[in-house]
Write a protein that binds this ligand. Structure first.
Ligand SMILES: Cc1cc2nc3c(=O)[nH]c(=O)nc-3n(C[C@H](O)[C@H](O)[C@H](O)COP(=O)(O)OP(=O)(O)OC[C@H]3O[C@@H](n4cnc5c(N)ncnc54)[C@H](O)[C@@H]3O)c2cc1C
Length: 392
C-alpha cells in the first residue's frame, strides 16, 4: 500500500535536516529520505562549520541572520551542544583593492541588519593575534558570526525532528517522482524508490550535489553543478583565535582565489582554500598539492602557524549555481515541489534559515523573509544575468 505524508524531503543534509525539524514542529507528517546511511553524510560533513551573515546578497544576509539565531540558541532550547562558538568573522585587508571591495558592501550589509564594522590595523591585531603586520591596513569584523560542528548539528536537527514525529529512511535513494499532468506543467504527488512509492502534498528537493538530477525528474532544468574543494584540520593548540578569518587576496602561487580558517571549540585549527581554477565534478580524493599551498598561505599570514601539526585532510563538494546564489522556494512551472538547493560554499550556514522559510512557505503559503528579498533566491530567476555575488 502507498504510504501518505504531508511533506517528503529528499536529502538529510545541511538543508534537509533543519527543514524536517521546522516542518515536524508545526505538526506536519514528515518523511525524509537519504541515500546514505545517516544524516549529514553528504556534503554537510565536509563543511568546516563557518556560520556568517557576512555576505553581500540581501537574501543570504537575512537567511544567515536567522540561521545564527537558531544555532546560537540551540543549546538553550534543546539542551544539546552543537559546538556553537561566537567568535565573529574577520576579513583582514592588505591592499587597497580588497579594502575598496569590503568597504563598498558595508552599507548594504548594515542596511540588512548585519552587525559589522571596519576596524583599523591595531584592533585587527588584537582580534587575530600573531597576524603578519606587513602592509596590514585593517579589515572588517562582524562579531555575531561564529562556528558550529556540522555533524553534531545535523544529528541534533534529526533527533529533534524525530521527537516531533518525523521519520527518516536511510540507504533509500529517490529514483523518480509521482507526477500528474496539469494543463501547463506538472503537479508532484510523491516519490518513488526501489522499495516503494510514497505520497505527499509537498516534496522538498534538498539533494545537494545531486539536486539537478532530482529537479530533472520534474522536468526542471535548474543549473546546480558540483565542484570540489579541500580542507584540513590540525591537532589542538592552546586557544588563541576567536574569529574565523577570511583572506580574500588571491595567492601569489597562482592557485588560490582566497583562503579561510578558524579555531573550533575543540581548539583545532580548521582550514580551507578556494582554488582559482575550479575542479568541476564529484572527485573527492585528496590531492598532494593542497597542503603545501595551504601551509604556505597560512604561515605567511600567521607565522606562528609553522608549529601546527596537521591531523587530517579531506575533499568535498560545493553545489554551485552560475550566479553563486542558492535556489530556494517554489517554481511557477511545477506544483507541489519546493527547492532548497544550489547552496554553493555556504549551505551549512544557510541550512537552518532556509529550513525555517521553507517550512513557512509550505505550511502558511509564504516565507518568513519579506517576499521581495526571498525572491532573490527564486528558481525562476535568470541564472545567467551576469550578476554575481561580490562576496562568495
Ligand atoms: C571543504 C568544504 C568546506 C566547507 N565549509 C563550509 C562552511 O564553513 N560553512 C558553510 O556554510 N558551508 C561550507 N561548505 C559548503 C557546505 O558543505 C554545502 O554547501 C552544504 O553541505 C550543502 O548542503 P545541502 O543540504 O545542499 O547538501 P548535503 O548536505 O550534501 O545534503 C544532501 C543530501 O541529499 C542526499 N541525496 C542526494 N541525492 C539523493 C537521492 N536521489 N535520494 C536520496 N538522498 C539523496 C545526499 O546523500 C545528501 O546527504 C563547505 C564545503 C566544503 C567541500
Amino acid at each position: 500500500m502507498t504510504e501518505r505524508y504531508d511533506t517528503i524531503i529528499i536529502g538529510a543534509g545541511s538543508v534537509g535536516t533543519p527543514t524536517a525539524y521546522f516542518l515536524a514542529k508545526t505538526g506536519e507528517k514528515v518523511l525524509v529520505f537519504d541515500e546514505l546511511s545517516s544524516s549529514g553524510q553528504g556534503q554537510n560533513k565536509s563543511a568546516i562549520g563557518g556560520v556568517r551573515a557576512t555576505h553581500s546578497d540581501p537574501a543570504k544576509i537575512q537567511i544567515c541572520l536567522q540561521s545564527i539565531d537558531i544555532f546560537s540558541n540551540w543549546k538553550d532550547k534543546t539542551g544539546v551542544d552543537i559546538g556553537w562558538k561566537k567568535g565573529g568573522y574577520c576579513f583582514p585587508v592588505f591592499r587597497k583593492k580588497e579594502e575598496d571591495i569590503l568597504r563598498s558592501i558595508l552599507p548594504i550589509q548594515k542596511k540588512h541588519g548585519l552587525r559589522i564594522d571596519w576596524i583599523d590595523s591595531n584592533n585587527l591585531k588584537n582580534i587575530v593575534p600573531g597576524i603578519n603586520e606587513n602592509d596590514l591596513i585593517g579589515g572588517t569584523f562582524s562579531p555575531n558570526d561564529g562556528q558550529v560542528n556540522p555533524l553534531l548539528a545535523s544529528e541534533s536537527f534529526t533527533n529533534e525532528a524525530v521527537k516531533f514525529g518525523a521519520e527518516f529512511r536511510y540507504k533509500e535513494s529517490i529514483t523518480g517522482l509521482i507526477t500528474k499532468e496539469r494543463k501547463v506543467g506538472l503537479t508532484i504527488k510523491g516519490v518513488k524508490t526501489k522499495k516503494g512509492e510514497y505520497k505527499a502534498d509537498a516534496v522538498v528537493n534538498t539533494a545537494g550535489a545531486h539536486a539537478s538530477y532530482i529537479s530533472k525528474m520534474a522536468g526542471l532544468n535548474i543549473p546546480v553543478k558540483p565542484d570540489s574543494h579541500e580542507a584540513g584540520i590540525t591537532a589542538p593548540v592552546k586557544p588563541f583565535l576567536k574569529p574565523l578569518v577570511v583572506d580574500i587576496r588571491p595567492g601569489i602561487e597562482g592557485r588560490t582565489a582566497n583562503f579561510y580558517f578558524g579555531q573550533n571549540l575543540e581548539n583545532r585549527i580548521i582550514f580551507c582554500y578556494t582554488p582559482l581554477k575550479i575542479f568541476p565534478g564529484e572527485n573527492r580524493q585528496v590531492t598532494s598539492e593542497f597542503m603545501p599551498i595551504m601551509a604556505k598561505r597560512m604561515v605567511d599570514l600567521i607565522p606562528r602557524f609553522k608549529n601546527l601539526t596537521i591531523r587530517r585532510q579531506w575533499r568535498g563538494l560545493y553545489p554551485m549555481t552560475p550566479d553563486g546564489v542558492a535556489v530556494v522556494g517554489k517554481t511557477s512551472k511545477v506544483e507541489g515541489l519546493y527547492l532548497g538547493i544550489g547552496m554553493c560554499g555556504q549551505g551549512f550556514m544557510m541550512g537552518p534559515g532556509v529550513g525555517l522559510n521553507l517550512a513557512s512557505l509550505i505550511t502558511k503559503g509564504k516565507p518568513l523573509l519579506k517576499q521581495k528579498v526571498f525572491d532573490l533566491l527564486s528558481p525562476d530567476r535568470d541564472f545567467y544575468s551576469g550578476k554575481k555575488e561580490a562576496l562568495k
